[in-house]
Design a protein around this ligand. Sequence first.
Ligand code: ADP
Ligand code: MG
Length: 248
Amino acid sequence: MTARTEDGLRTTGLTRSFGGVRAVDGATVAFRNGEINALIGPNGSGKTTFFNCVTGMIRPDAGTVTYRGRAITGRPPHRIARAGIGRTFQLCRVFPRMTVLENMLVAVRRTRPRELLAGARDPRDVEKARRLLVRVGIDHLERVEAGNLSYGQQKLLELAAVLMGDPETVMLDEPAGGVNPALIGRIGALIRELNAEGTTFLVVEHNMDLVMSLSHHVVVFDRGRPIAEGPPDVVRNDPRVLEAYLGV
Ligand SMILES: Nc1ncnc2c1ncn2[C@@H]1O[C@H](COP(=O)(O)OP(=O)(O)O)[C@@H](O)[C@H]1O
Ligand SMILES: [Mg+2]
């Protein structure tokens, strides 16, 4: 369990362009460990690219990323995961031809996919996987191929699979996007529970009711960098935020 005030993820001057587009443009931002942090902003404001730079999916052109004071800039994804950061994707990533339980077991990587399909299973991992599937409410689906789950169930599976790695910080890219209201409620409750147990969150989300009810701290991106931040009530009433969203 980490203290609320502890230094967590921090970027300085983070920059990444695609052709002529500066998707992330000199973003300097800090998130405290122990909190539920939200990253919001209009479509195309660079939120997913920011996530990709932080988690090693793409290399930044410039700037630094540190986590708990340690430089992690440009490290490959497995090294970022080992540093304690897990993530999900805006467009859910599960293995559609593997069962729900198999998806959980490949997430820990102690068992390689080939061995897994040949039947090798670490009983401790299976036990842990089942416990997490109960927690997200899809344990009754453990033998179902992931491709046959609803989109919302796939998102719950993706979250449960990330938790197999015991991340200290979880980054969620639009966890409620395309998910029905009942499952959105469950995802929100889960994030709150996990945070109460010590997990830090950084959540990109368009559902403002969810963001405002869940977050301790909200950072607003526009054109690749933060333009406002603070507690939900403050951000909600910030004229710069309205301007970014409405172009007024
Ligand atoms: N792989 C890519 N190739 C080219 N342009 C990209 C790529 N990824 C993102 N972009 C562009 O970068 C900008 C920011 O995109 P993105 O990070 O997806 O924003 P958000 O997640 O806030 O909607 C957009 O203009 C987008 O078109
Ligand atoms: Mg995005």
